[in-house]
Design a protein around this ligand. Structure first.
Ligand code: NAD
Ligand code: WQD
Length: 343
């Protein structure tokens, strides 16, 4: 049984990926410092899969702890590196926290890999590296634009660190960089989902928390953009579709099918939806109202971005399968389950 180390594995995307890895017969070791997740996520993973993955409460920034952990678990066949801080606004206020957390954790892993004879590495990147693309849909060859936040910069620099490390050691690493668009939704079981700490930054948790009455009103950040209804457009992808792409990426490397020591893929649906379309669709599929108010634009927001996923479709053999309706239904089911747990 191949063993995959998943850093950030109790987080939103990580936990959904752990479920898919276990379903595909992988042994999983989670490393997470619980800075933005809860150890109870392991209960949800176990409920869904019947397997409770090994879990180590370790900070990836701690080189010695990571080294000892790798000694403890012996042969690791691949690493998927989700662990990072990801709040754009917070990164503007606390840039050094973001540079340290996101870059030192990555550097530690890349330094430890050859020491522990680990070659295969999947990196969580983001469409944020493109900024506002000049051409839409955006392909992997689109220019990388100056980052709009320290968070986005950590993703750009992270990709460069991987590129330069592989260039210097072409036979020591096999890496796949996955640039996520906007992951939303939750596992069909509603046992795991997005659980933001405090006030959500992202649209969907704010929508579901408003719909259930935890928030009074959703603020729509601007309707004066150059889009059909004036609100921003994004490529919203079901988190399970995203998770499945990671399993495919790991298998691709383990099976020696990678075309190059560094491959980069956009993971999106290829479908752009506006904020107002998301709200309307959410209300329709879930038969619930989302009170909202148009307010001024949010600083740093780009106007519109959606993926050209052709390269991932053709080379990875991966395609986002879930409809936006199903995705929004899953997000609501998760919010309802969270409410039931509290009662
Ligand atoms: P998340 O915050 O839910 O998960 C990240 C996990 O990493 C959390 O469980 C957190 O506790 C853990 N973590 C953070 N720093 C750590 C450290 N130093 N050591 C150990 N664990 C640490 O976030 P997510 O939405 O699941 O994102 C996962 C990855 O995907 C991140 O790298 C993020 O930048 C990237 N990404 C997310 C999105 C998105 O919209 N959610 C989009 C593009 C890229
Ligand atoms: C989506 C749209 C908002 C909240 C961010 C990061 C990106 C990645 C994904 C980590 C935008 C609008 C939102 C609200 C709103 N994270 N919105 N009211 O900004 O596309 O991307 O999360 O990698 O790096 O930048 O996602 O969900 O914050 O916003 O009107 O209360 O919803 O203006 O147009 P975004 P988001």
């Amino acid at each position: 049984m191949s063993k995959v180390l998943v850093t950030g594995g109790t987080g939103y995307i990580g936990s959904h990926t752990v479920v898919e890895l276990i379903n595909e017969g992988f042994e999983v070791v989670i490393v997470d410092n619980l800075s933005n997740s809860n150890v109870e996520v392991l209960n949800g993973i176990e409920k869904i899969t019947g397997v409770r993955p090994a879990f180590e409460n370790i900070d990836c920034v701690d080189y010695v702890a990571m080294d000892n952990m790798m000694d403890k678990y012996g042969k690791i066949d691949a690493i998927i590196h989700f662990a990072a801080s990801k709040a754009v606004g917070e990164s503007v206020e606390k840039p050094l926290l973001y540079y340290r957390n996101n870059l030192v954790s990555l550097i530690n892993l890349l330094q430890l890999m050859p020491v522990h004879k680990i070659k295969n590495f999947v990196f969580s990147s983001s469409c944020t590296v493109y900024g506002q693309p000049d051409i839409l849909p955006v392909t992997e060859g689109a220019p990388i634009k100056p980052a709009l936040s320290p968070y986005g910069n950590t993703k750009q620099i992270g990709e460069e660190i991987i590129r330069d490390t592989i260039y210097a050691n072409p036979t020591s690493y096999q890496s796949i960089v996955l640039r996520y668009f906007n992951p939303i939704g939750a596992h069909a079981s509603a046992e795991i989902g997005e659980l933001p700490n405090g006030v959500p930054n992202n649209l969907l948790p704010f929508v579901t928390q408003t719909a259930i009455g935890l928030r009074k009103q959703l603020q729509v950040f601007g309707n004066d953009y150059d889009t059909p209804d004036g609100s921003c457009i994004r490529d919203y992808i079901h988190v399970v579709d995203l998770a499945k792409a990671h399993v495919i990426a790991v298998k691709r490397m383990l099976d020696g099918k990678s075309g190059d020591s560094l491959e980069t893929f956009n993971l999106g649906t290829g479908r752009g939806l506006s904020v107002l379309e998301i709200i309307k669709t959410f209300e329709e599929v879930n038969q619930v109202k989302v009170p909202y108010k148009i307010v001024s634009r949010r600083e740093g927001d780009i106007e519109k971005v959606w993926a050209d996923p052709t390269y991932a479709n053709e080379v990875l053999g991966w395609k986002a399968m879930e409809t936006v309706e199903e995705t929004l239904r899953s997000a609501w089911a998760w919010e309802l389950n969270l409410a039931n747990r509290k009662n």
